[in-house]
Design a protein around this ligand. Structure first.
Ligand code: GDG
Length: 470
């Protein structure tokens, strides 16, 4: 492999933190994708001469490593068949539904598993090749759970951390996985295994005790070779200062005013922003809102619901079905309840720049986040960060990880449509003083606990683990 520079810090994630863009003259360049993870890790990686290993997003792309914004980016090639079996198959049609409480039914296929093992090994081999002696390696998420063990076998001198961005299921569900033991052993290759919530860490430790038979003590797993692995919670967050600054910028403020005008100045704007995913609970929230209109509690003059559903995993069957289901629901609601120029739901199946997201957060009086289950949910935190005047009501599923920190939200059970209706109405009619009291407390939380603090806490903890014994 040409021109790889050895690195003291190596991050592995399914995707590289960049998107390929085509310029006006037809040439292609790379642009950093605007996620919080990238914002948090970019300065650390730059400072430590670090590298990021990931898939560039196109099948069969064979791209040499390159530098961007002080990060060394190392693309991993996936064939079209691997995209189908490793990414769409095992990652998103086996693990994703299994880890999300069976909201959809997971499918298990042995050839998907074989591709998962093969691709995990490719990532591990690449990391083994570029990590410098004694380097720190941070592996991310459910697509790469076998990497820690594979990498430890190749390079016992490394410090290895793993962070799971999605929920870790209780034993009763995890046990369905035909390759449950391999996944647990894969994760145990790390020195530190991080989860969003302490309940997930406890699930993991319990499963390791039951299924692999290792001795455990509180949050520690003791392996027969004398190594100890710590499992703990590190709730992720957002680039709070970045979002607040963006929301405060004059173009975003002007755009927020324009959006309200274009929606016809309703008394209140409700907002949902999600990847179009069956875990996000889009259906029950739209039904709840529609029923409030049908029941006469709200009218289309009082309220409009703006729902942004960002296209996601469109080649996976369950996601196609979901899209049809939401399309039908929105069509029916608007057909039944809308009037000319006044739809009940303004539905946008599209992805937007960050500025537009910030303008939407600024203009929304009631933000509705109702996942059936969610590792954290950053959208809820982003909304809070953008509420510069300490106003705005957040209706939040109690099954989102964020509910443990954003306690002042109107919390709901997403399976209980009457409960969602009651919370929406309560948030709609809430006294401004009450709204401010709640929002102020939540703003303090996201200010104090931002994504930089999250990354620093994880890396400090990882560096503080006993030095590996090569
Ligand atoms: C996984 C876990 C965990 C969405 N649409 C657009 C857009 N977004 C951005 C949001 C937000 C992010 O995508 C979505 O993050 P979430 O946390 O809400 O959900 P997942 O994608 O499922 O993320 C989740 C997270 O990992 C981090 O650990 O919290 O539980 O499932 O940042 O703003 N951004 C732009 N345009 C869009 O149209 N620019």
């Amino acid at each position: 492999m040409p021109d790889v520079i050895s690195a003291d810090l190596v991050v592995l994630a399914n995707r590289l933190p960049v998107d390929q863009v085509t310029e006006a003259d037809g040439s292609t360049t790379w642009r950093t994708s605007p996620g919080g993870l990238v914002a948090a890790l970019e300065p650390v990686i730059r400072e430590q001469r670090g590298a990021w290993i990931g898939w560039p997003g196109n099948a069969d792309a064979d791209i040499d490593p390159f530098m961007l914004n002080g990060m060394q980016l190392v693309p991993i090639t996936l064939t079209a068949c691997e995209v189908e079996e490793f990414y769409e198959g095992f990652s998103n049609a086996s693990l994703w539904p299994l880890y999300h409480d069976l909201v959809a039914k997971p499918e298990f296929h042995r050839e998907w598993w074989d591709a998962y093992v093969r691709v995990n090994r490719r990532f591990a081999e690449r990391a083994a090749m570029i990590a410098s002696e004694g380097a720190t390696v941070w592996v991310h998420d459910y697509q790469l759970q076998l990497v820690p063990q594979m990498l430890r076998e190749m390079r016992p001198d490394l410090r290895i951390g793993f962070f799971l961005h999605i929920p870790f299921p209780p034993a009763e569900l995890f046990q369905q996985l035909p390759w449950r033991r391999q996944i647990l052993e894969g994760l145990l290759g790390a020195d530190l295994v991080g989860f969003q919530l302490s309940g997930a860490a406890a699930n993991f430790v319990r499963l390791v005790r039951q299924r692999v038979g290792h001795r455990t003590q509180r949050d520690m797993v003791h392996l027969p070779d004398g190594r100890a692995v710590r499992a703990a919670a590190f709730p992720i967050s957002i680039d709070t200062a970045g979002f607040t600054e963006l929301a405060a910028s004059p173009p975003v403020a002007a755009r927020a005013t324009e959006i309200r005008r274009m929606l016809g100045h309703p008394a209140k704007i409700f907002l949902g922003i999600d990847r179009l995913d069956y875990t996000k609970g889009i259906y029950p929230r739209l039904r709840a809102f529609a029923e409030l209109i049908t029941d006469g509690h709200l009218s289309t003059e009082d309220a409009v619901f703006v729902q942004v559903a960002t296209p996601s995993r469109e080649r996976v069957e369950q996601y196609r079905l979901l899209r049809d289901e939401v399309d039908r629901l929105v069509g029916r609601i608007n057909g039944d309840l809308g009037r000319i120029g006044r739809p009940a739901i303004s539905y946008l199946h599209s992805s937007y720049p960050r500025e537009e997201m910030a303008a939407l957060y600024r203009v929304a009086d009631v933000m509705v986040v109702t996942p059936f289950t969610d590792g954290m949910n950053l959208v809820a935190k982003e909304y809070v960060a953008c509420r510069l005047d300490d106003d705005g009501a957040l209706v939040l599923s109690e099954f989102a990880g964020a509910a443990q920190e954003l306690r002042q939200a109107w919390q709901v059970n997403p399976y209980d449509i009457d409960g969602i209706k009651a919370a929406l109405l309560d948030a709609y009619h809430a006294d401004p003083k009450e709204i401010t009291r709640r929002m102020r407390a939540m703003r303090r939380t996201v200010r104090e606990k931002d994504v930089d603090a999250w990354a620093a806490r994880f890396l400090d903890e990882l560096m503080g683990r006993p030095a590996p014994r090569p």
